[in-house]
Design a protein around this ligand. Structure first.
Ligand SMILES: CC(=O)SCCNC(=O)CCNC(=O)[C@H](O)C(C)(C)COP(=O)(O)OP(=O)(O)OC[C@H]1O[C@@H](n2cnc3c(N)ncnc32)[C@H](O)[C@@H]1OP(=O)(O)O
Ligand SMILES: CC(C)C(=O)C(=O)O
Length: 561
């Protein structure tokens, strides 16, 4: 690869820059350019119905400025604006923006399209970059400035005849490839021509039409412009970043540190080439710092659905916040940390979200907890128990987590990702209410503490063994002890010792069930097994857990030899 073919564009060196010490403390003014820059970059541009659907989505998300198109470029762009106006689809608090080249016939046609509106942003542009001045326009600096000034004069004249209020926006297109002092000169000429002042501000949009350098360089360019406007108060400084180097979000954030007031962006970063900057990422980055993003993005899946339908583009699975996999962890240590973090967050009832690996709470985007953890061969016990806990309500004892995750590990090594449903059905088959060869028929526990006995409880248990019912009796100081002793006294069952016991409620309300976990050690060898019992009655759940554990010991030691 011949890297000598390329060179860096030399721009200003701002030695006393102040932006690195700044902080973003509020959301900028957002302007969606989905219906213009986004649309002009689509393989199949949106039809009118799709444009209307996208417009309504943008309004619902809370955009107050929306660039609805380039009405002088084609009939469909023109008709769409007319439809918005004639069908009264533009809410009072939303200002539509229209783009046009700074050329007379296009500006005139743009004003025709605006007829009937009471306010609009008219956005004119011409390229000011060194390269385009040379190879596209073949014009001197003064001639290029004249295009901008003549365009502004015409917008001013037509605005005076227009029924509504016009806000002027001017873009020195390809700003990142333009000498900053020249860009400033053109912008000042536009503002002077317009008669801009504090009460009649002009939006000066400084696009990173092509992202040509690292984000700090763009920030230097923006800070330099902000510092050198003759009157900063007559300017709304807007940025319009693209993503050619993959740094659109970083460039925008640094531009905000450098003084920008407004951002033009698109949903999921659709736009020319590698796209415009993604407004969803920008807004949710603010949100994750506790700053009101001034956009309503909580219905993420719905936003994605409308976006994908209208643009026929797909949101990549790893796209920040919106991608299918961004609230998912496959690896064991991540799953374990998420599991523990979620528990701590719930238990501490904290107002502040702090969960490892999850910068924001997926529920804030109406995304579900369920797919956070997905299980494959890289997963450990944390992920498996997280699924059983959050999806099915089973809070497994620590050793059982280790045992069961080995079962899932074997499946995932053979089959790849294991679904939540499969994890549960496997847990169910392996551990819950196991009935072969021993099947609990009924049991009764008696309180015998007043009967002058050395024990407090008596258990009568009926169990079916290979089709034959055995009635056994045992005594102990609690129900579990009494039942276990009943089994141990009989020659029909394996002798065991209780190593661990826990239980919890599974669901709430009238259909509530309890889950009990029993760990038994075989007295015939050193093996141990867990069993799980599930039943509306906690004592029955416990006896079932014991029978399940005995069945598992039978399976591993007696049956499998
Ligand atoms: C970076 C951006 O995204 S900018 C927005 C780009 N979006 C679009 O272009 C989408 C819609 N555009 C179009 O459909 C067409 O370009 C139209 C209808 C607006 C204009 O079409 P045309 O006049 O046929 O051609 P085109 O846009 O190529 O312009 C050609 C002429 O305009 C001049 N020109 C181009 N841009 C500008 C501008 N911003 N201001 C003034 N003149 C310009 C060119 O120098 C060229 O002049 P020449 O014919 O004397 O050489
Ligand atoms: C018209 C301008 C703002 C533009 O789309 C760009 O520079 O990318």
């Amino acid at each position: 690869m011949n890297h000598h073919k390329y060179k860096k564009f030399e721009t200003i060196k701002l030695k006393d820059r102040t932006w690195p010490d700044n902080e973003i403390i509020k959301a900028p003014v957002w302007c969606s350019v989905d219906l213009r820059d986004g649309n002009q970059a689509l393989i199949t541009p949106m039809n009118i119905d799709e444009k209307v659907e996208m417009f309504q989505l943008l309004v619902n998300l809370g955009f107050k400025e929306i660039e609805v198109g380039f009405p002088s470029s084609s009939q469909i762009e023109y008709d769409f604006l007319r439809l918005l106006i004639e069908d009264n689809l533009i809410p009072d608090d939303v200002t539509v923006q229209v783009l046009t080249q700074a050329r007379e016939h296009l500006i005139r046609r743009t004003f025709d399209a605006l007829e009937g509106l009471d306010k609009a942003i008219v956005h004119i542009y011409n390229s000011t970059s060194i390269l385009q001045r040379d190879v596209v326009f073949n014009k001197s600096k003064d001639e290029i400035k004249k295009i901008a000034v003549e365009g502004t004069k015409l917008v001013k004249t037509l605005s005076e005849e227009f029924s509504g209020k016009v806000i002027l926006e001017y873009s020195p297109e390809s700003f990142t490839g333009t000498e900053v002092d020249y860009a400033l000169d053109v912008c000042e000429a536009v503002m002077d021509t317009w008669g801009a002042d504090e009460n009649n501000k002009v939006i000066i949009n400084l696009p990173s039409t092509v992202e040509m350098d690292t984000p700090n360089v763009y920030a230097d360019q923006i800070e330099w412009m902000c510092r050198n406007f003759t009157n900063r108060d007559r300017v709304i400084v807007s940025v319009h970043p693209h993503n050619d180097r993959g740094c659109g979000v970083a460039s925008t954030e640094l531009a905000l540190l450098a003084g920008a007031d407004r951002v033009e962006a698109t949903l999921f970063g659709n736009g020319e080439r590698t796209g415009n900057v993604d407004v969803i990422t920008l807004a949710l980055n603010l949100f994750s710092h506790g700053i009101d993003p001034k956009l309503e993005l909580s219905q993420m899946n719905q936003i994605k659905e409308v976006y994908e339908k209208c643009t026929k583009m797909e949101v990549p699975p790893r796209h920040p916040y919106g991608g299918q996999l961004v609230f998912t962890a496959f690896s064991g240590s991540h799953q374990d940390a998420i599991n523990k973090g979620m528990h701590a967050y719930k238990e501490r009832k904290s107002d502040i979200w702090e969960v490892p690996y999850l910068p924001i709470d997926p529920a804030d985007l109406n995304r579900q907890y369920e797919p956070i953890v997905r299980i494959n061969s890289q997963s450990g016990k944390g992920g498996v128990s997280f699924v059983l806990d959050t999806v099915y309500g089973y809070n497994l004892p620590k050793q059982l987590r280790v045992d069961f995750s080995k079962v899932i590990q074997k499946i995932s090594e053979k089959e790849g990702e294991v679904s939540s449903e499969k994890i549960f059905s496997c847990f169910d088959n392996e551990y819950i209410n196991i009935e072969t060869p021993y099947k609990l028929i009924k049991h009764k526990i008696f309180d015998i503490s007043d009967e002058n006995s050395e024990f407090e409880r008596k258990a009568e248990v009926s169990v079916e063994v290979n089709g034959e019912v055995k009635n056994i009796v045992g005594y102990g100081n609690g129900p579990i002890d009494a039942v276990k002793n009943a089994f141990n006294k009989s020659d029909d069952f394996i002798d065991t010792k209780l190593l661990d016991y826990s239980e919890h409620a599974l669901t709430s309300g009238s259909s509530a069930k309890a889950a009990a976990y029993i760990k038994l050690k075989s007295l015939e060898n050193e093996s141990y097994e867990y069993g799980v019992g599930v039943h509306p009655n906690i004592t029955t759940a416990t006896v079932m857990a014991m029978v399940s554990a005995m069945n598992r010991i039978y399976k591993t030691t007696v049956k499998e030899g």
